[in-house]
Ligand binder design. Sequence first.
Ligand code: GLV
Length: 329
Amino acid sequence: MTNRKPRVLVTREVFDETLDYLRQHCEVLANQDDVPYAPDALAAKLADCEGLMCCLTDRVDAALLAAVPQLKVVANIAVGYNNIDVPACTARGVMATNTPGVLDDSTADLAWTLMLGTARRLPEVERRIRAGEWTGWRLKQWLGVDVHHATLGIVGMGRIGQAIARRAAGFDMKVIYHNRNRIAPELERKANATYVSFDDLLAQADFIVLQVPYSPQTHHLIGAPQLAKMKPTAILINSTRGGVVDDAALIGALKNGMIRGAGLDVFENEPKLNPGFLELDNVVLAPHIGSSTEATRKAMAMLAAQNLVAALRGEAPPNLLNPEARSRR
Ligand code: GLV
């Protein structure tokens, strides 16, 4: 680094320990008030910054990059990076980084929370208790479905998909998966998972968990035709990104009993989710909290900060998405 500490902008509130670390190495413009910046405000704030630490609520596109030619690194506090135009970063020699690994287990836990909560209707029955509707025990009261011994189908078998699969052993489930590429045999063994075609997975799984990254290729991966291929008893879990599911089609399928239920942590146009979801009891809604435990969010923020500092020191950041960018500077 030069004598002057490099300037970095942190777009949203982070932990004190994250800021303390960044301040050892950088001059930090923080936003602890946590009011998201509109695109113009973001460009203005970044005017003389070399580093940007951002979140999935910030769009880093070609227009922003053109406005801030001095920018050297964009460090996302997320494993998903569909909010960043990585090819545009590469073209300008801007390094882009994400936070893989540290959130796998927490995100897998949340996918399981949604599976169990949807299968046993936990949010619905909790709402009913609070509304005073529980008048006593009955044999056929608010019947759910079993998770144990059911078939779990995972679409997207990266680190998080594999962590979800490993948890299924405790529930004696059969695990099938589909992925762009089949994973290595030893990973299949660890996950106790069998590779099947996408259509076979849709037809066979009792629980379908989506864990693919969002991209033009996975936009509306699940729409009306795919919902029609699922069992009428199937439960769909989306714990990855809004847009992988066609929300309007899903609402239609949940309304007409094409599938049994859904557990969702992510939505198209979040946080303005389709109001159709709010009318349904057979959907469990969570506000994009997959990785949201204190330990995991702290680890993500610190990893993003380490990526940022490494890049500004001229080192290769641990989670560099576009190594080609380094040679362009
Ligand atoms: C959260 O959604 C992430 O991508 O880390």
